[in-house]
Design a protein around this ligand. Sequence first.
Ligand code: SAH
Ligand code: F3S
Length: 495
Amino acid sequence: MLDSPPPPDGAPRRKLYIETVGCQMNVLDTELVVARLHHEGYELTDRIEDADTILFNTCSVRQHAEDKIYSALGRLKRIKQRRPEVQIGVLGCMAQKDQTLILRRAPHVDLVVGPGQIARVPELLAQARAERSPQLAVSLARNAGSRSTVTQSFESYDPDREPSLRPSPFQAFVRVMMGCDKFCTFCIVPTVRGPEQSRPPEQILLEARQLIDQGVLEITLLGQTVNSYKSRDAGGRLWRLSDLLAALHDLNGLARLKFITNYPTDMTDDLLQAVRDLPRVSRYLHVPAQHGDDDILRRMKRNYSVAYYEEMLQRIRQTIPGASVSSDFIVGFCGETEDQFERSVALVERARFKNSFIFKYSSRPGTKADSLFADDVPEPVKRRRNNDLLSVQTRISHELNRALIGQTVEVLVEGPSQRAGKGISLDSSPILQLTGRTTCDRIVVFSGHQRLVGRLVSVRIQQATPVTLFGEILTIHSQPSSDRRRLPALPVVES
Ligand code: SAH
Ligand code: F3S
């Protein structure tokens, strides 16, 4: 982390502890909050007992994530009794969903801030101190009167970021849109993150340029349904995600470009062709299917059938040979019979996803499914179905990985592998177990010099587990970060 400026009023630096749960959007929001607080003279600590400001950036997609935060808050009650000056804040989706309920269940909380008001955290902390009362900020800053998904602007604070909180110094997230308009019946996200709004392309390109100038080599574009991205530039031209990828691809110094998460019915041919034709774009598509049964998909309000989903998969595989696809599945959705569950198993068997994230259905107050259907699959059945589906997926992931043994893949080196062990110091032992990813998002572990971190290398695969490939380095490619000429002007895109 950069040295923080001294606090404006000459007071001692405040120490911030922040914990993040949930998706990559939250990881990015935390980066933004910390950057803002850093400007105010706060410094980060990873010891909660040393902190005088304790923040939780929360998730409400499943009940379990919320329970963990409430019990963490419960444990902080004593700290607050002993040291009343300690400030405790709940940020993000659970703050938006539960609002004053948080203050009722945990009256020692000073701050409840929804995702739309994250940029105001420093101001709200100061206000809570001055007024000695809890602050609640949960406006979603909707574009009043507009139902269009093509929005010109919303306040952007994304360029103000804290590099030390990125996945690594050369990997960064860039938000291309906020919110979601799909309203799948099981999902709380549209309620807590608000309507879909795409950021103007100029803002995104500017932010990407700044990140590349700071040494970022890999950018992952984030959106709840990232492939629904649509925005007009200042000249009035309409940009789709494919246009954005093409423009970002031309930025010198960028080695890899990814985007998550895709919605099946927005997987248009122009996007697939962009992934095929732009070599720096990862050949990896995360497109959640959620279920393998048409009746359940209808009750989930996913707006597609299993046949449609499989045709889309076929289009992906015809257009982008070798692309990997991953999915999300929910097991134990309201009324799910054994036969219906078996249809999810059959879809996983046929689709041969690189991997799937599998979740037990968790009823979310405020969603359509919660009010319309009974959460009637017993917990042990949900657990068994989760394990069964996971074991099928794990076997397929292993088969796909084993098929790569003997092949050479290009890997962007991310850093020392966790398997390298904690005792190894970067300075004293330059040859490490390194880890990185292929363009298809497969994890590769191999031995190499620490200097290779942030470089593209060719690795021959020798062994495979369901989640990891192991190999040896063959070639080291030229360093993308040294290739930083003047950045091109904004390209012209046809509407
Ligand atoms: N489009 C979003 C989805 C957010 S939620 C994205 O960026 O990934 C992530 C996943 O959680 C969903 O794809 C779904 O599989 C799962 N999920 C959402 N609501 C859920 C619920 N109520 N119970 C169980 N799993 C859920
Ligand atoms: Fe949730 Fe469906 Fe949107 S899963 S984030 S409502 S696409």
